[in-house]
Design a protein around this ligand. Structure first.
Ligand code: DQA
Length: 149
């Protein structure tokens, strides 16, 4: 069964209370349970982890090597700052989809650049919690198409 590591970066533990005008009312727990349901329905597995610490996220990415088949990541603010996360993903060469709840290109200029995008298969941004579900579907489809080619 395809196994996906879902990483949530800093401040995403505050979803539900955090800037609801931008991020909506959905909590991280609700997002994780939606991902688990979707994974079940497409015969995949997800492990969901959140951390506010860049080094912990780097360690989690390293530990995913040969354990998971793909990475679904919302790196939060580290998207725009972290060469370390980018290098970790490049280092383990794991197929990665980047997701964001908000449309980062409609927001402040500093959110328009992603260090993750060049090492990801693709990015889904702006669909709220659906970004994660769409990202999971796209990642699993990608992994299956690569496996069958
Ligand atoms: C975010 C967008 C980032 O710019 C921000 O720092 C976040 C959340 C999103 O999901 O829309 O923490 O990644």
């Amino acid at each position: 069964m395809v196994s996906i590591l879902v990483l949530h970066g800093p401040n995403l533990n505050l979803l539900g209370k955090r800037e609801p005008g931008i991020y909506g009312a959905v909590t991280l727990e609700e997002i994780n349970s939606r991902l688990e349901q979707e994974a079940d329905s497409i015969q995949a597995k997800v492990l969901c982890v959140q951390s506010n610490h860049e080094g912990t996220l780097v360690d989690r990415i390293h530990a995913a090597w040969q354990v998971h088949d793909g990475l679904l990541i919302n790196a939060g603010a580290y998207t725009h700052t972290s060469v370390a996360l980018r290098d970790a993903i490049a280092g383990i060469q794991m197929p990665t989809v980047e997701v964001h709840l908000s449309n980062i290109y409609r927001r402040e200029e500093f959110r328009h650049h992603s260090y993750i995008a060049p090492v990801a298969i693709g990015q889904i941004s702006g669909f709220g919690a659906d970004s994660y579900v769409l990202g999971l579907q796209a990642l699993v489809r990608h992994l299956r198409s690569v496996a069958s080619s």
